[in-house]
Design a protein around this ligand. Structure first.
Ligand SMILES: *Cc1c(COP(=O)(O)O)cnc(C)c1O
Length: 392
């Protein structure tokens, strides 16, 4: 494939570039076994292997594979045994799946303003906050609030990132969630993982994700006295097999991102009006975040990058206080559930009506990095970026 073609594909991100028939031994094995249901296999299932591997690699006590990160968030929330209508504080800047997961669990999302790096600003939380979702956006490690009983780390965009103490994102809170959607660091098209260090919580999650049953692999499920209802979030063997293949490449992908981040950051033009937003050492460096002096300059940069075919994105789409799902307070339930329980709950929490966050979002521009490129190729990409920014 020519370099132009490969650079042109930069939007096809990360793990997807490592899908290759010559490297699919786990998937081949799952197909040859002829059993794609995880609780029907004679030997250790692919899903078991995946959960074991993730536990080892991330240092997570207990792991559960599900269909996507939204399910993982729902499962984490419901396992806290909330009352319908309880509040969950979420970042004002994150993917709307977080709000959807909260609402579909019968809870009320309250967006909380974020700091310079778009992480939830824990200093704004009320002292009696019970449930908080923190999102590690674009691989940026967000600090966790202290003294909150249930902190759920949404690490959908931050698989393999690490806190300053070396622990991996997703493993420090009550629970952590990960996504294998096409646009994430590793992919199986769709896919999700839930991790927790709390064995009792894991038992609850495991039951709920399998119809509320106390399943023994290989047998029809059973329900204990006092069983509660559940749903079906059980993953399948072919998906777990692809995720195992993807996990073999995680370290390479993270190292490639690290390398290409350094190459690209070094090439940036020395303009006073275009700055690089610093990243911390443990971030999964899936993108370079640029902060420009004005929205006009940012929009001009977006237009110029588009013309030159340089992949980029902006983050305004993640601003939840103006998202229709939250502003409309609509529901498919005839009584408006769970919004009908939201009387007296604030619509959002911000110091300044989100003025500063809006301004930051309007001036931010992100350039994705491509771990699969060679260093030479990344240098070419970085030069194109520099020339484009210099031409503004
Ligand atoms: C992608 C994403 C999700 C949802 O993940 P799915 O696997 O698509 O359900 C949730 N939160 C964040 C921050 C995401 O980027």
């Amino acid at each position: 494939m020519t370099l132009d073609k490969r650079l042109g594909q930069r939007f096809l991100p990360y793990g997807a570039n490592y899908l290759d028939w010559s490297d699919m031994s786990e998937l081949r094995h799952a197909i040859e076994q002829g059993v794609l249901f995880r609780y029907q296999t004679e030997t250790e299932s692919m899903a078991d292997r995946l959960e074991r591997r993730v536990g080892e690699q991330l240092g997570a006590g207990h792991v559960l594979a599900v269909h996507n990160c939204t399910e993982a968030l729902r499962l984490a929330l419901v396992s806290t045994r909330p009352r319908a209508g309880d509040v969950v504080y979420i970042p004002a800047v994150t993917f709307v799946a977080v709000a959807g997961a909260v609402l579909s669990t019968g809870l009320i999302p309250v967006p909380v303003d974020v700091d310079e790096s778009f992480s939830l600003d824990a200093s704004l939380l009320p002292p009696d906050a019970q449930r908080v979702v923190v999102a590690h956006m674009e691989g940026a490690v967000a600090p966790l609030p202290e003294g909150v009983p249930y902190v759920i780390e949404d690490a959908a965009q931050a698989l393999g990132a690490a806190f300053p103490d070396g622990r991996h994102t997703g493993t420090r809170g009550y629970a952590g969630t990960f996504s294998f959607h096409h646009n994430k660091i590793l992919t199986s098209g769709e896919g999700g993982l839930l991790v927790t260090n709390d064995p009792a919580a894991w038992q609850v999650m495991r039951c709920y994700h399998d119809h509320g049953s106390a399943r023994v692999p290989g047998r029809y499920p059973t329900w204990n006295e006092g069983a509660y209802y559940g749903e079906n979030f059980v993953t399948s063997e072919e998906v777990a097999a692809i995720q195992l293949q993807q996990f073999r490449h995680l370290d390479d992908i993270l190292a490639g991102l690290e390398r290409h981040y350094a190459i690209t950051a070094q090439e940036l033009p020395g303009r006073r009006d275009i700055g690089l937003v610093p990243r911390s050492a443990g971030d999964a460096k899936i993108s370079l975040r640029l902060r420009l002096e004005s929205r006009e300059l940012r929009d001009a940069a977006v237009a110029r990058l588009s013309t030159r075919g340089v992949a980029h994105w902006t983050l305004g789409k993640y601003f939840l206080p103006e998202h229709p799902v939250l502003t409309s307070r609509n529901s498919l339930y005839a009584d408006g559930f769970p919004w009908n329980l939201a009387d007296g709950v604030p619509r959002a929490i911000s110091r300044d009506g989100f003025a500063r966050t809006r301004s930051l979002l309007d001036r931010t521009l992100c350039v994705p990095l491509s771990p699969e490129l060679t260093e030479a190729e990344q240098r070419v990409a970085a030069k194109t970026l520099r020339q484009t920014l210099e031409s503004l």
